[in-house]
Design a protein. Structure first.
Length: 191
C-alpha cells in the first residue's frame, strides 16, 4: 500500500491583473504608450517598465509579469491604478475646489494668459504667479477657485502649485493664516 504523501501545491508563476475597459471608452497600447479616448477627451501615458508588460485583449487591459517579487507586484498595482484613473478621467474628469482666505489684506485673484495671478497677498506689491498647463481649466469666482481636467496627476499638481504659490514663510502660521487652500479633491472632502 502506498504511503500518502503531501502534495505540494504549485504556486502560480508570475502576476496577472486585469482591468475591464468600460463602455464608451477606447484604449490602445503601442510602443509603451497607453492611449485612452472617451467622451471628455484623450489621455496618453507612458507605461513602460522592464518588470511588467501590458496588452489589450477581449475588452480588458492585461498587466502581467513573469515573477512574483515585491517590485513586480508594486509595478503591476501602480499600472492598474493609473489605468483606472485614466478611464475615470475621460468619462467623469477630475475637479479640485480651492478657497482663498485673507484676514487683513484682500487678495485679488485673476487668470491671465494661462497664469493664475495673485495680487496684494499680505500687502505685497509684486504679484505672485502660477502657470496653468495644457488640459487644465481654472475657474475663478471671487474667493472660490475650481481646477478641472481629465488627467488626475496634472490637475492635482496644478492645485498644489496654486496652494504653494501662497505659502507664507518666515512668519507664524498661527497668526498669518492667509492663503489659498484645497477644500475638496476627488474622492475626499477636506476641512
Amino acid at each position: 500500500m502506498p504511503i500518502a504523501t503531501k502534495m505540494k501545491k504549485e504556486k502560480p508563476k508570475g502576476i496577472r491583473s486585469e482591468v475591464v475597459i468600460p463602455e464608451g471608452i477606447t484604449a490602445s497600447f503601442q510602443d509603451g504608450v497607453m492611449t485612452v479616448k472617451g467622451k471628455k477627451g484623450e489621455v496618453k501615458k507612458l507605461l513602460s517598465h522592464p518588470l511588467a508588460t501590458l496588452s489589450i485583449a477581449d475588452g480588458k487591459v492585461i498587466i502581467s509579469s513573469d515573477k512574483t517579487g515585491r517590485k513586480n507586484k508594486a509595478i503591476a498595482g501602480t499600472y492598474k491604478a493609473l489605468i483606472k484613473n485614466m478611464f475615470r478621467g475621460v468619462t467623469d474628469g477630475y475637479e479640485y475646489k480651492m478657497k482663498a482666505v485673507a484676514a487683513h489684506f484682500p487678495m485679488n485673484i485673476a487668470l491671465q494668459n494661462n497664469m493664475v495671478v495673485i495680487k496684494n497677498f499680505l500687502g505685497e506689491k509684486k504679484p505672485r504667479t502660477c502657470s496653468v498647463p495644457k488640459g487644465v481649466e481654472v475657474k475663478i469666482d471671487a474667493n472660490d477657485i475650481t481646477v478641472t481636467g481629465i488627467e488626475r496627476d496634472v490637475v492635482g499638481q496644478t492645485a498644489a502649485l496654486i496652494e504653494q504659490t501662497c505659502r507664507i514663510t518666515n512668519r507664524d502660521r498661527r497668526i498669518f493664516q492667509d492663503g489659498i487652500f484645497i477644500t475638496q479633491k476627488p474622492g475626499r472632502e477636506t476641512r
